[in-house]
Design a protein around this ligand. Structure first.
Ligand SMILES: *[C@@H]1O[C@H](CO)[C@@H](O)[C@H](O)[C@H]1NC(C)=O
Ligand SMILES: *[C@@H]1O[C@H](CO)[C@@H](O)[C@H](O)[C@H]1NC(C)=O
Ligand SMILES: *[C@@H]1O[C@H](CO)[C@@H](O)[C@H](O)[C@H]1NC(C)=O
Ligand SMILES: *[C@@H]1O[C@H](CO)[C@@H](O)[C@H](O)[C@H]1NC(C)=O
Ligand SMILES: *[C@@H]1O[C@H](CO)[C@@H](O)[C@H](O)[C@H]1NC(C)=O
Ligand SMILES: *[C@@H]1O[C@H](CO)[C@@H](O)[C@H](O)[C@H]1NC(C)=O
Ligand SMILES: *[C@@H]1O[C@H](CO)[C@@H](O)[C@H](O)[C@H]1NC(C)=O
Ligand SMILES: *[C@@H]1O[C@H](CO)[C@@H](O)[C@H](O)[C@H]1NC(C)=O
Ligand SMILES: *[C@@H]1O[C@H](CO)[C@@H](O)[C@H](O)[C@H]1NC(C)=O
Ligand SMILES: *[C@@H]1O[C@H](CO)[C@@H](O)[C@H](O)[C@H]1NC(C)=O
Ligand SMILES: *[C@@H]1O[C@H](CO)[C@@H](O)[C@H](O)[C@H]1NC(C)=O
Ligand SMILES: [Zn+2]
Ligand SMILES: [Zn+2]
Length: 580
């Protein structure tokens, strides 16, 4: 892909320590990278084949400089693009895309919550993926129930609980693979809370011997979560051992130092960011000094990769890298991911444009796409209506150009049904959406309980959005000076110095309400209309409706299916009808 000029930070190459780690996390099937031309997408336009070539060159450089270089991943391989989710009927999510992850020389991988929502996915990992990692796929606190040789169900760790290995330079490493306190896992999988895990006998035994360093990998944010619980448990036994932590899950770029001989890094999401830690361990050996660390968040593209490896566009690709790229392109063909519904005339974003507006994906979805899609073959289409959904129903922006099967799977993956209650007067129905949003804003305590519950089930957008909002606020001041830079992330984290490898001007950010609705029909207050909504919000909506009127106590018995069309089909049907 032709890259518009990417301005690289004016420092030399990535700073090599005598011990280095390249980190990926939350790749979610984005193995062909970001292919759209609207910024910031080109920042992330590398693919897994390019990344493989990058890793191969960096490993060669590490050998020449005689330093260590590891590659680790913090989980969430499932759910995100057509490569993982576009499989034909009877398939298993990410089964095929994971074959390409296997081709990378990962030293340690850990499990994410998205490996645990569906038992068949976990079992596929257990049977087909994990054995290829030869003991380096870690799930310290996550089990699967399988049948043993006697045909009895037994709960066993999905991968290994820990691993010990020796690096090329002879350093002894102990690794764990920890999952945050996740409760949304499927039956026949088990997640043990982190504070219970550190009390286990196996844990005490695993960390008893002092290695040259600990490399703790896990699907857990490095801020506001339980890494300190694990860190403290190790520190209590080994006051001076270097500890490197590689976290994930909130999809942000973040770094913390829990003390002067440790660093904890989180490296974003969706193959946008490649994380890097370099450490000078030799200088810290046999003393109690702080360790000198560097960390970087690299944008995932060929310009970055060629720059840091000192290769040109013609020398950069390795044959294995090319093979991975071709293989992924073949998979995209096999899954028919380029199937085109229509051509989007412009970008539609979730948070980079205000809601409502004509650049808002949420406006496009609920004001245009859902009304058009649900009118198809629907005998109620002529009855005026109001349609309501939750703003979390859209996952990723839509960009100008072809709108394909892959784009639909990426932007709008959730398979909610549309339900309705007939014969609600417009005067009442038109108050439902404002009342739903007001309820969230008024009841702060309820709101925070609700967030805690969603958090435990794996919903992380509140943290990701808060990060983006803070970035936008901070940038208000500096945006003018950085006007010549491309759009992208501008990170401020808890570690000293700058972390971003490429300077950017931050993306604008607009907050969105929890619930969004179609345009009101032009009817009088006493006109009976259909109140249409997704099943996901039924309980909340009934509560609000019963608070707004006292004529009738509405229950699930008053609710019917409005259309057989599911929410993940709406954009495709709309594109077919309007974008051709
Ligand atoms: C869970 O495992 C048990 C024992 O193997 C089995 O009887 C049960 O059907 C499984 N439950 C589900 C929902 O798969
Ligand atoms: C996980 O599996 C191990 C080994 O079978 C077992 O001892 C342990 O109790 C299991 N843990 C959980 C939380 O199910
Ligand atoms: C060592 O690191 C800690 C934590 O990062 C910091 O508080 C302390 O000031 C550092 N000490 C020295 C001597 O730099
Ligand atoms: C760089 O190499 C890639 C892969 O071989 C190719 O697709 C692309 O056109 C090349 N770009 C330039 C600017 O030569
Ligand atoms: C990639 O390499 C493997 C083995 O090296 C080979 O079997 C496979 O056909 C190659 N795939 C492509 C798409 O070239
Ligand atoms: C969207 O709104 C902006 C500002 O109101 C306007 O300039 C633009 O033409 C509109 N675009 C479309 C496609 O309607
Ligand atoms: C609508 O009905 C027609 C004719 O029965 C059918 O071909 C078409 O697939 C239906 N459309 C949808 C979206 O169900
Ligand atoms: C519609 O609701 C009104 C009261 O709001 C009621 O009088 C009327 O019978 C209802 N019609 C139907 C078809 O349920
Ligand atoms: C932006 O680029 C223009 C044209 O290259 C240059 O004249 C201007 O000084 C630059 N502005 C900043 C703030 O760097
Ligand atoms: C709404 O309907 C009324 C009465 O039919 C009509 O006068 C008015 O122009 C309509 N308003 C809009 C915005 O369509
Ligand atoms: C409304 O119906 C629900 C479900 O049947 C019931 O639990 C609730 O008490 C009823 N509320 C009123 C005010 O009648
Ligand atoms: Zn994730
Ligand atoms: Zn996650």
């Amino acid at each position: 892909m032709l890259l518009a000029p990417l301005t690289l930070l004016a420092v030399a190459s990535v700073i090599l320590g005598d011990f280095n780690v390249i980190h990926t996390t939350d790749t979610h099937g984005w193995l062909l990278g970001h292919q759209k031309l609207s910024f910031p997408e080109p920042d992330y336009s590398g693919d897994l084949g390019d990344f493989s070539s990058f890793v191969a060159h960096m490993k060669q450089i590490a050998i020449e400089k005689d330093v260590d270089l590891l590659l680790v991943d913090s989980g969430d391989l499932h759910d995100g693009t057509g490569l993982s989710d576009g499989f034909p009927p009877g398939g298993v999510d990410a089964h095929d895309s994971n074959k390409f992850m296997e081709m990378l020389p990962y030293d340690v991988m850990s499990i994410g919550n998205h490996e645990l929502y569906i038992y068949a996915d976990t079992l596929d990992m257990y049977n087909n993926f994990i054995p290829n990692l030869h003991g380096r796929y870690l799930s310290s606190n996550a089990n699967i129930t399988v049948f043993n040789e006697e045909g009895e169900p037994v709960s066993v760790p999905i991968g290994n609980r820990f691993t010990k290995f020796t690096t090329r330079k002879g350093r002894r490493v102990t690794s764990l693979g920890v999952l945050y306190d996740f409760t949304g896992n499927d039956v026949n999988t088990t997640v043990q809370f982190v504070e219970d895990m550190v009390k286990e006998q196996w844990f005490a035994e695993a960390i008893a011997e002092e290695p040259d360093l600990f490399v703790l990998v896990g699907h857990m944010p490095v801020s506001y979560d339980h890494w300190p619980t694990v860190f403290d448990a190790v520190r209590a036994v080994h006051p001076l051992a270097p500890i490197l932590i590689f976290g994930g899950h909130t999809h942000i770029r973040d770094c913390q130092q829990y003390d002067g001989r440790s660093m904890a890094l989180e490296s974003g999401r969706y193959m946008e960011t490649i994380g890097w830690i370099g450490a000078d361990l030799d200088a810290a050996k046999g003393n109690a000094n702080n360790i000198s660390f560097t960390r970087r968040y690299m944008d995932q593209n060929r310009v970055t990769y060629e720059y840091h490896t000192g290769q040109s566009n013609f020398t950069f690709d390795t044959s294995e890298g090319r093979n991975i790229t071709y293989g992924l392109q073949e998979l995209a063909v096999a899954f028919d991911l380029a199937y085109m519904y229509g051509t989007s005339p412009q970008d539609y974003t979730i948070n980079e444009n205000p809601y409502p507006s004509n650049g808002s994906l949420l406006s496009l979805f609920i004001e245009d796409a859902v009304p058009v899609a649900l009118a198809i073959n629907n005998t109620r289409a002529s009855i005026p209506n109001i349609m309501i959904t939750n703003s979390g129903s859209q996952r990723f922006n839509i960009f100008a150009g072809p709108f394909t099967k892959n784009d639909q799977l990426t932007a709008s993956p959730f398979t909610d049904s549309f339900l309705y209650i007939p014969n609600i007067t417009f005067g009442v129905a038109s108050q439902v959406l404002p009342a739903l949003n007001q309820a969230g804003a008024d009841e702060r305590r309820k709101r925070s309980e609700w967030d805690t519950e969603l958090w435990a089930k794996g919903y992380v957008d509140m943290r990701f959005r808060a990060w983006r909002e803070e970035m936008d606020r901070r940038a208000g001041i500096s945006r003018r000076e950085s006007q010549n830079l491309t759009l992208g992330y501008v990170t401020q984290d808890g570690c000293p110095g700058a972390g971003d490898d490429t300077l950017h001007t931050p993306l604008p950010y607009y907050s969105v309400p929890d619930f969004i609705g179609s345009n009101n029909p032009n009817v009088t207050d006493d006109t009976p209309i259909d109140l249409v909504f997704v099943d996901f919000i039924e309980t909340q909506l009934l509560g609000i409706l019963n608070g707004l009127q006292s004529g009738k106590n509405y229950t699930s018995a008053d609710v019917d299916l409005y259309s057989p069309i599911l929410s993940n089909e709406a954009l495709g049907l709309y594109a077919q009808a309007m974008w051709n």
